[in-house]
Ligand binder design. Sequence first.
Ligand SMILES: *Cc1c(COP(=O)(O)O)cnc(C)c1O
Length: 370
Amino acid sequence: MPPLKVQYVDLARQHAPIKAELMAAVGEVIDQGQFILGEQVSEFERRFADLCGVRFAVGVNSGTDALIFALRAVGFKAGDEVITVPNSFVASTACIRLVGAQPVFVDVREDYNIDPTRIAGAMTARTKAIIPVHLTGRPCDMDPILQLAREKGLHVIEDCAQAVIAEYKGRRVGSFGTIGCFSMHPLKTLNACGDGGVLTTNDSQVYERLKTMRNIGLRTRDDCIMWSPNSRLDTLQAAILLVKLKYLEQWTELRRKNAHYYQSQLAGIPQLQFPTEPDRTKSVYHTFVVQADRRDDLRDFLATRGIGSAIHYPVPIHLSTAGKELGYSEGSFPVTERQAGRILSLPVYPELKRTDLDYVISAIREFYQA
Ligand SMILES: *Cc1c(COP(=O)(O)O)cnc(C)c1O
């Protein structure tokens, strides 16, 4: 294999121009010594809440913990069911099992997001919540989801891990449901230098519970009011995130520009499909996912040209080793399963230059002789 000419991710390229700023922020935390729930954490939470257009945000250790806490915060009894999708990252289902509830999957649309027309058919008397996943950074079609949730009195917990500042009809994700859950994993679009997560809510009681939950159930230093793990956002990570927040809008615009360039340049190739953006939504392109004929051959071919790519995700959750206990089988979710064999994520990060994109595009054209 030749050295990669266009890596799938390249964090060094993101960090090089802001390294001095990051080091200064880290240095400040080390000098202060407030490593646990220091002022940078509450500052980050305030800014993040503003960014999403909600009243409150709570920083935690990961997006996975954010999802677990969100479900715990709304309360579950054994046998309760949660509707979500089988094509997501495993964490959006793991959280349901980890609070003792039962995941009920519905299939997705061609845009990789939950198909709202299938939700009603999956509801039972035990349905308690819906977890729409804004996969790839594209907001789900929220109006019909919220309408159903209102009619049936269900909580909506948004999995926003891939979609910070994505917009649906003028509002940002994380502001629609009871709670929004975000990840600051290094590969997400607002990324820490390590693990991190954050929850958003407009409900002050939920906010108080989440703050207690992430801190071993301690309401005050000496009063533990519930059993809970330790899952706080590190002050160091909050300081890093505060630096990166300044660039988020600009980076997101560059991602969008890269995605729109791919969309315009790859549009004429019949062997490739990808969603375009509907009116009044703003996708943030955590990933740029095409569906490709002969996907694995294309991926290998791109690798020989020094182009990195990825598959998000090759194994639908109901067909994973852990997911077998959910009782589904091959054929349960035809759209998800067909897509799993065809999807390919192309590099789309903000630091890519037009020449990088042209190189990827010409390699794809060469492969299909298009
Ligand atoms: C990354 C991700 C998560 C989990 O976030 P972590 O911070 O890695 O725990 C959950 N859901 C989705 C859709 C994700 O992409």
